[in-house]
Design a protein around this ligand. Structure first.
Ligand code: XCC
Length: 637
């Protein structure tokens, strides 16, 4: 087949996604003659050298490519070996991912400070109990004190997560003592996120750290400053400011767009933009404007992690995950899309233009060519979101695009915070993880798996998540989820209590007794910190070993695509969790660096990395690890 014929071969969209709404919209896009990531991916094969992380471009003597059969046959011009090159590349991914989460956490900290000192009036402290609990967990005196006094102290403490140059980040106090002891022994307790990220960037410069073990040590320290630092600050402060999620019935999929209403989508990551948009769309004056324009009302939906946060926190419908962000524009029904930071494809700008959707950037960190920038300021948040509503109403009035809304709506239960898991499974032990641990010890629940992360064009969209999770619950593994992955499973109907019929007998019994689904939706990607806390609680409750590394738990990111996922994966590994990724892994099997990640770290008392593309194989690797831990705990039977 000639190159030209290959190019023209139409894509069967059923081969690239299992999401019916996305498939329908990709077909529409093809008819409309517009390109999407799915068509671009067919034209652009990934670079195999880059995929193996065997390319170094840290200086301008290169780029150097170590693409021989034997990765040790060559070195870079400076003599850097494959281990140094792959470790340095990996370290920079961790640094970038950790920076994204910690900067997000920093924005929440900024809002919190301004709320506490009274300069921000549009947000308040919504969950005082959580404020007190978080403060107490890091040693702040709470008894008999005013909320605002505690909040001031909490701000001061949490700021250290970022700026501290010596010592340990505040949430290190929440780490189980045995796990912390391992970190002390290895010298990987984070000091402050800024320092750790800066140090990675320094150490990976040409001619600095050229010993892969030492580089990986700094990867661990930096990744931990994300998981137990920036991400945890983001989650805890968002709960304090906007409310801790409790289970709520909410809808996912594009069928929640409404042809006769003004449709606004918020896509990105930071909840402050979304919270202000909620306030704007509920303002009677704005609703009146929409009605005057002929709309029945204003319909607000989320996407990606912004959407995942408010799905569980407020029950606002979610239009789709990362690989559906273009498809949703193709409906023609989106009047405005407002974005802030992370996972926003540049292509959305041009695509929005094709369909007449108004596309807005709002964060000074993230402007996009062709987008209208309306800057969001947390002191006057409504100025930005009211303006976007106004522009959306205007677009509604002047709609020209043909509208086609896929008729898919999936209801499920979302919003399982770690606090709620505690409460839900509590029974007579309400307020403790005892029943969860007991069910694990008696074998009804084999273990717990966190299945999280992105969707990625390089594998069949949603498919790997869904099949992996189904296999896990069938084998009595309780699944907790965050990010785009939970949207895949919500669309597959697994977040309903009646999905318990798909679970093995033991897990099914627990789910039916409690009335919970076998797959629990925990929120956005920074909310992976909820899983860390749940792990710490399981250790503290007792009966399952002394450290996180002893627990019969596992993690997976079956369709990951972002550097943030690498940072998340590595903080789980450094916390003691077996973590398996799909798609591709940035190292060459058999190299010393690869062996360190896949075997050596576990020997040091941490978790380990693993890799599989096939969802069933992935699930069984996780189950094998869970069984290994059960065996070690003497609870196999
Ligand atoms: Fe982004 Fe957070 Fe990945 Fe989804 S899961 S593609 S990082 S939106 Ni977080």
């Amino acid at each position: 087949m000639s190159q030209e014929e290959k190019k023209q071969k139409p894509i069967n969209f059923r081969d690239v996604s299992i999401c019916e709404a996305t498939i329908q919209m990709l077909e529409k896009a093809a008819k409309d003659g517009v390109e999407t990531a799915f068509t671009r991916a067919a034209e652009m094969k990934p670079c195999p050298i880059g995929a193996d992380s065997a390319c170094c471009k840290h200086c301008f003597m290169g780029p150097c490519r170590l693409n021989s059969k034997d990765p040790y046959a060559k070195t870079g011009i400076c003599g850097a070996t494959i281990d140094t090159i792959a470790a340095r590349n990996f370290a920079r991914m961790v640094a970038s991912g950790a920076a994204a989460h910690t900067d997000h956490g920093m924005s929440m900290l900024d809002v919190f400070r301004e709320v506490v000192n009274g300069r921000i009036k549009d947000y308040q402290i919504k969950d005082e109990t959580k404020l007190r609990n978080v403060a107490a967990s890091i040693g702040i005196e709470v008894e008999g004190r005013e909320t605002m006094d505690i909040a001031k102290d909490l701000y001061e403490e949490l700021e250290r997560t970022y700026t501290q140059v010596e010592g340990e980040i505040p949430f290190a106090k929440r780490v189980p003592p045995k796990t912390l002891e391992t970190w002390h022994k290895l010298g990987i307790v984070p000091r402050g996120a800024m320092r750790e990220i800066m140090e990675i960037m320094h150490r990976t410069h040409i001619g600095v750290d050229q010993e892969y073990n030492n580089i990986v040590k700094q990867c661990s320290r930096t990744a931990l400053s994300d998981g137990w630092g920036g991400s945890m600050v983001a989650t805890e402060l968002s709960d304090i400011l906007f409310g801790t999620p409790k289970p709520i019935v909410a809808g996912v999929n594009m069928g929640y767009l409404k042809e006769d209403e003004v449709n606004i989508i918020v896509h990105g990551h930071e909840p402050n933009l979304f919270e202000s948009m909620i306030s704007s769309v509920n303002d009677p004056a704005n609703i009146e404007k929409a009605k005057a324009a002929g709309a029945k009302g204003i319909n607000l939906l989320g996407m990606c992690c912004s959407g995942a946060e408010v799905l569980g926190r407020h029950g606002i419908p979610h239009a789709g995950n990362f690989m559906s962000t273009e498809a949703v524009i193709v409906t023609g029904a989106v009047d405005a899309m407002a974005v802030d930071v992370q996972c926003i494809m540049q292509a959305l700008s041009k695509l929005s233009e094709c369909y007449g959707t108004r596309f807005f950037t709002t964060n000074p960190r993230a402007k996009i060519d062709g987008a209208t920038h309306i800057e969001f300021h947390e002191h006057t948040p409504r100025e930005c979101t009211d303006k976007i509503v106004e522009m959306a109403v205007n677009r509604f009035q002047n709609r020209t695009a043909r509208i086609e809304i896929p008729n898919r709506r999936d209801l499920g239960i979302h919003g399982f915070s770690h606090e709620y898991v505690n409460y839900m499974l509590g029974g007579k032990f309400r307020g403790s993880y005892t029943p969860l641990n007991e069910n694990i010890i008696n074998g009804r629940i084999r273990g717990v798996a966190g299945v999280v992360g992105c969707t990625n064009i390089r594998v069949k969209h949603d498919y790997v998540h869904v099949e992996c999770v189904k296999e896990l619950i069938k084998n009595n593994v309780l699944v907790v989820q965050t990010g785009c992955s939970q949207i895949s499973l919500a669309k597959a109907g697994l977040m309903k209590p009646d999905a318990a019929v798909l679970a093995g007998d033991g897990l099914r019994e627990v789910c039916e007794t409690v009335g919970m689904p076998p797959v629990l939706s925990l929120g956005s990607c920074v909310d992976n910190s909820r899983i860390l806390i749940a792990c710490a609680e399981m250790v503290r409750t007792g009966g399952l070993g002394d450290s996180i590394a002893d627990l019969p738990v596992a993690g997976a990111a079956p369709e990951y695509m972002s550097e943030k996922a690498i940072s998340i994966g590595h903080y789980f590994v450094a916390s003691g969790v077996y973590t398996i990724f799909g798609v591709t892994f940035p190292s060459i099997e058999g190299t010393k660096f690869h062996k360190l990640l896949f075997e050596g770290l576990e020997e040091q008392g941490l978790g380990k990395w693993d890799f599989a593309v096939d969802p069933i194989e992935m699930a069984h690797k996780m189950i094998a690890h869970i069984d290994k831990k059960r065996m070690a705990l003497g609870i196999m039977g």
